[in-house]
Design a protein around this ligand. Structure first.
Ligand SMILES: [Zn+2]
Length: 195
């Protein structure tokens, strides 16, 4: 079961214009299967990487390694409201069916890249939810965001869109700025908290 605070991608703001065109995702090498059945199945039943993803290739150490990694990853489509997370015991990605069916496609793909980093971390025995760290300071989160931001840039998101992408409800305005600083993202005044 998901634990409070462990889901990802709970964004409240509407996405900027240009965010999430399905045809552009296919051009960029991703295919998302929104009608994947509820239950556990290989990752490819939800997400296929039809070309390559340089950020993930760098993470796992090569194109062949990425192919093996993706083929070994399991996904669980769960029939409940929410978003997505990784089981820190077995590395399965859970994704809520409502989000998969109705969420912005580009955002779901970036979220899945983020979760794939957690799957890789879990395979290396790293704890995903180390409570010694605040969410925005946790090394596993910073690495996951760094990798998915690389992919977000490849998909054409602007820096402002990426800053907005990091704005999640369980993170305060100050924590959001701290996360952006960890990731060397420049926050324009419009995104800064009021004085
Ligand atoms: Zn995460």
């Amino acid at each position: 079961m998901p634990q409070p605070g462990l889901t990802e991608a709970m964004r409240t703001t509407s996405q900027p214009e240009g965010f999430g065109r399905p045809e552009s995702m296919i051009e960029c090498g991703w295919r998302l299967w929104r009608n994947a059945p509820v239950g556990k199945s290989p990752l490819s039943s939800v997400l296929e990487c039809t070309d390559h993803c340089p950020a993930l290739i760098d993470l796992v150490g090569g194109t062949s390694a990425l192919g093996r990694f993706l083929a070994a990853t399991r996904v669980d489509v769960v029939d409940e409201e929410g978003y997505l997370w990784v089981d820190d015991d077995d590395g399965t990605i859970s994704i809520c069916s409502s989000y998969l069916r109705e969420g912005p496609e580009q955002e779901i793909i970036i979220d899945l890249v983020h979760e794939l980093v957690h799957v890789h971390q879990q395979s290396q025995g790293r704890p995903l939810y180390d409570k010694r760290y605040a969410y925005v300071d946790r090394p596993t989160e910073i690495e996951a965001y760094a990798v998915c931001i690389k992919e977000a840039r490849r998909l054409g998101l602007s820096e402002a869109q990426i800053v907005n992408y990091l704005r999640v409800p369980w993170v305060s305005a100050a924590e959001h700025l701290r996360l952006c600083a960890h990731l060397s993202l420049r926050v324009l005044p419009a995104h800064s908290p009021s004085p």
